[in-house]
Design a protein around this ligand. Structure first.
Ligand SMILES: [Mg+2]
Length: 234
């Protein structure tokens, strides 16, 4: 599919997302995710720095944080020195979607890129974010599919944003469609299928560097996984 879109199969590796939990629990998950070159840590509570410290103690790779609108401006700016010290690469959506003024205020004070996610749903949101944040997170499920994501990523780059390609909890269908446009992203967070107990689709594999291997087959190159013995047919 990437070839049909005029894009290359050279894509950045995906990070792996860790949800909010007690610091030692998150650190334990980080240890188990050691193969990934970057982790995206969900934050937004009183233990954020303790969590990042615990992860950093067991994981040497890149850290990204996503506050999912859960921070307050003054508290966020106070966290910046610690985030920098702990080697955090970017901060995603610290404030509510409509508070672009707050995002701009923090970006002006932050050496780290602030990335809009909830504030950047479709291509129409990009103009208002210009000059406010350094990056935008594009997701197929937000903007409407492979074609809209390609257009949004290209437009974001034109406007000078750094681009983060994200996902929801999705099967390999969503992740393979996203991976097809991942050459337009500076950062990739395509792990939704890895979080599922059972992905009904097979054919999408990570290479040893945690890059999704794009298929040269027609479509997404996926096939329906054989039903388990005894499982009800659907
Ligand atoms: Mg997010």
């Amino acid at each position: 599919m990437h070839a049909l879109l005029g894009l290359t199969a050279e894509i950045p590796p995906t990070d792996f997302t860790l949800g909010i939990d007690a610091p030692d629990v998150v650190a334990d998950r980080a240890r188990r995710a050691a193969r990934f070159p970057a982790l995206k840590i969900k934050v937004g509570g009183p233990s954020d720095i303790a969590t990042l410290e615990a992860v950093r103690a067991v994981y040497a790779g890149t850290l990204r944080v996503d506050a999912n609108t859960g921070w307050q401006p003054e508290a966020a700016v106070a966290l910046l020195p610690d985030l920098e010290r702990l080697g955090v690469e970017l901060v995603e959506q610290p404030f509510p979607a409509h508070r672009i003024d707050q995002l701009r205020w923090l970006q002006e004070r932050s050496p780290l890129p602030i990335v809009a996610d909830e504030s950047a749903v479709t291509i129409d949101d990009l103009e208002a974010l210009r000059g406010a944040v350094a990056g935008v997170n594009v997701k197929l499920a937000k903007c409407g599919g492979v074609g809209p994501a390609r257009r949004m990523l290209l437009r974001a780059r034109e406007l000078g944003f750094r681009t983060f390609l994200g996902c929801m909890e999705e099967t390999s269908v969503g992740i393979a469609g996203s991976a097809a446009v991942a050459s337009l992203a500076d950062w990739v967070d395509l792990d939704g299928n890895l979080l599922l107990a059972e992905d009904p689709w097979a054919g999408l594999e990570l290479d040893e560097g945690c890059r999704w291997a794009l298929s040269a087959e027609p479509g997404l190159g996926l096939r329906r996984r054989a039903a388990r013995a005894g499982a009800p047919s659907v």
